[in-house]
Ligand binder design. Structure first.
Ligand code: TA6
Length: 312
């Protein structure tokens, strides 16, 4: 099975506004606006395709005119679109990039509420897709109306249908989802603390060690310009990335997940998966478009990524 399926339960149109001056409480005029099919899972799907993974399927919920935009962009990118249509309008996620310092300000809509019948229809769709997939990647927040344990249920379902599973989420969805034992998670520093409230000391390495001890095989924490720290096979790895001038960092975490997934389904060793992942995250940050990796740049960046196992 070569297919990787990505799940985006709260799909979005990601809009990036390049604004020369972005001042809170003032009128800002954008000089450039970009729109992409977004929500974390769709960024993962697009980057997988750009990295050269041929068989990518995207599923989740999509609704209204925005939903049509999202699914048509997905198809244009050569990704199989298997979205369950829901009433209401899929959300917009806005990213304002201030020309003065390149900083991003994001405003994320909550998105439509999903009903029980649609969740049931989605489970059936996911079961079929998981039977055909080597890996299912669950990314992003849960839509309104979904129970916090939904990821845990979907992970169990995908596993039972024979697929491996990654989870990249936050808050209660992540805490409950982790109980179903995904093969890979990518919490940020705060999320490590929310997953391990009793650990308390905020040490990322210790948090990763504990999550591995709880049975999560790969735990990767991305640290922006500082690269990443990851745990796999009981070991901790430090991933260093080159110093770059980022253009748009939104979607770099998703690109990291795509890079890791690319190597994982090919059975690559952890170090190689991490290198591929980090190069994808950096390449995305150098593009104006959210969730966008230029393969030539990715290849070039691979040589500048350092992955070292931390001494035990
Ligand atoms: O990771 C960046 C991003 O994918 C944006 O593209 C935006 O769509 C947002 O995350 C959505 O995140 P959420 O966790 O709300 O699904």
């Amino acid at each position: 099975k070569a297919t990787i399926t990505t799940v985006t339960l709260n799909a979005a149109i990601d809009k990036t506004y390049y604004v020369p001056v972005f001042d809170k409480g003032k009128v800002s005029r954008a000089e450039k606006v970009l729109a992409t099919a977004g929500g974390k899972g769709l960024n993962v799907a697009r980057v997988l395709k750009q990295l050269g993974h041929e068989e990518v399927t995207a599923t989740g919920f999509a609704g209204g005119y925005n939903g049509q935009f999202i699914t048509s962009r997905v198809k244009e990118a050569g990704i199989r679109s298997e979205f369950v249509e829901i009433p209401g309008e899929s959300r917009l996620c806005l990213n304002f990039i201030d020309g003065r310092d390149g900083s991003s300000t994001e405003v994320l809509e909550p998105g439509p509420v999903v009903g029980e019948a649609h969740v049931e229809a989605f489970k059936q769709r996911l079961r079929k897709l998981s039977e055909q997939s080597a890996l299912v990647v669950f990314s992003g927040s849960l839509p309104g109306g979904a129970a916090p344990e939904l990821y845990a249920e979907l992970i169990a379902l995908a596993r039972a249908a024979g697929a491996d599973v990654f989870l990249d989420s936050s808050g209660a969805a992540l805490v409950r989802g982790v109980e179903a034992g995904p093969s890979f998670i990518k919490p940020n520093e705060d999320e490590i603390v929310s997953l391990l409230p009793e650990a308390g000391n905020g040490d990322v390495r210790e948090g990763i060690r504990r999550l591995m001890a709880q049975g999560i095989p790969v735990v990767a924490a991305t640290l922006g310009a500082d690269g990443a720290i990851a745990g796999a096979g009981g070991r901790i790895y430090r991933v260093r990335i080159p110093r770059i001038e980022p253009v748009n960092t939104v979607g770099s975490g998703d690109s990291f997940v795509a890079g890791y997934a690319y190597g994982h389904v090919r059975g690559w060793p952890v170090e190689q998966c991490l290198r591929y992942a980090a190069a994808a995250g950096s390449a995305n940050a150098l593009s104006e478009t959210t969730g966008d990796v230029d393969p030539a740049l990715h290849r070039k960046l691979l040589d500048d990524i350092a992955v070292e196992a931390w001494p035990d």
